[in-house]
Design a protein around this ligand. Sequence first.
Ligand code: ADP
Length: 449
Amino acid sequence: MFKKILIANRGEIALRVIRAAREMGVATVAVHSTADSDAMHVRMADESVCIGPPPGTESYLSIPAIISACEITGAEAIHPGYGFLSENAQFVEIVESHGLKFIGPSADHINMMGDKITAKDTMKTLGVPCVPGSDGGVPDLETAQKVGAEVGFPLIVKATAGGGGRGMKLAKTPADLETAFMTARSEAKSAFGNDEVYLERYLGAPRHIEVQVFGDGKGNAVHLGERDCSLQRRHQKVFEEAPGPAIDVATRAEIGATCAKAVAEIGYEGAGTIEFLYENGEFFFIEMNTRLQVEHPVTEAIFGVDLVKEQIKVAAGEPMSFKQDDLEVGGHAIEVRINAETFPAFAPRPGKITQYHAPGGLGVRMDSALYDGYSIPPYYDSLIAKLIVHAPDRPAALARLSRALGELIVDGVETTVPLFHALLQEDAVLSGDYNIHWLEGWLDGQDGS
Ligand code: ADP
């Protein structure tokens, strides 16, 4: 096992990794920008290194600064958290060329899944169901029209280098295709420096279902069921739950086995998430994230596992601590992402926390880097807390969520807590009958959005 690891991240996810490492007897190094000198992850780690000024590009994304911090402190491995450098294959190569271990998959696997056309081709070959569409990239309008005639409309034009919901254009009818194709290409070129696009059938009312997978890098892999993350605003998840209200035991076993087999076959190492759109009982692969997800705690809750410890273990060359047969769903878990933003306008509100009280009690987990007197810097993501509840069934989890939200006090800044109080009054949320468009539609009906 490693003696010391460095966490190339900040906020709640840096704390999450520090906590896992400490329980394993592994020392931790925090890195931070000058804006984060007083941050909780800096206080909680065994050591810390200031790696640059506030902008992420000059600190948390600065590869030389992070490698130097490892060399100064003698850290042997780097946990990237999510975001920042977590899916940067070049970073992984540089880490390895310095004799350090990246806690996560290989650069090759990150590259393979980072290019969406390659990812889709790979998944198709591995027997994972994909959205019908073009066979690879579409070089010109003529080809796009031919594919359109075969696949049917509506269609979505997507950038192979796309991410974060960008680089996608909808063509409702054949008449829209030229504009959608041309604008998707030029936007992809300016946003990602790569204008390659592909076409997919547009699904009208799917759910977002993602399967958690975990591999040891030696050809063994398991799945840990699914999460339903259909409640999204601008393609950003705000409320996630496991198990998925629309997925039964047989469906979970089948799609889970397909996903576990796929990642076992490629020799994938560590945590990964295979994302699907799910409509009329069918799964359609959209992308694979080669890292720990923000919403991983709901999976940890229902399976009783620690995914971060597991990541560190397999990175150190140890075997996984569970096999597929050990993994059984227990109860229901829900996570809400609390941002320092106004509701319903969602305007960022960084500032000083004058009072903070976290909820507690049975089945309540608060992953947050907040504390009394903390000043939220304006430079980073506005996520300030993840509240996760776990209960024997979905109605009990919803009641627990409502109870826990009622106990939470965050004074000094506005937060999106009122969104969740409001959602817990909605029939669609209470019954679990929603799709990826439901939240946007509901928000359109709210004052001030
Ligand atoms: P990104 O990497 O930018 O997040 P994804 O491929 O994961 O892109 O898609 C993001 C979101 O866009 C999905 O969660 C879904 O809401 C929507 N989307 C993507 N592909 C389709 C499709 N074929 N039909 C309908 N919606 C889609």
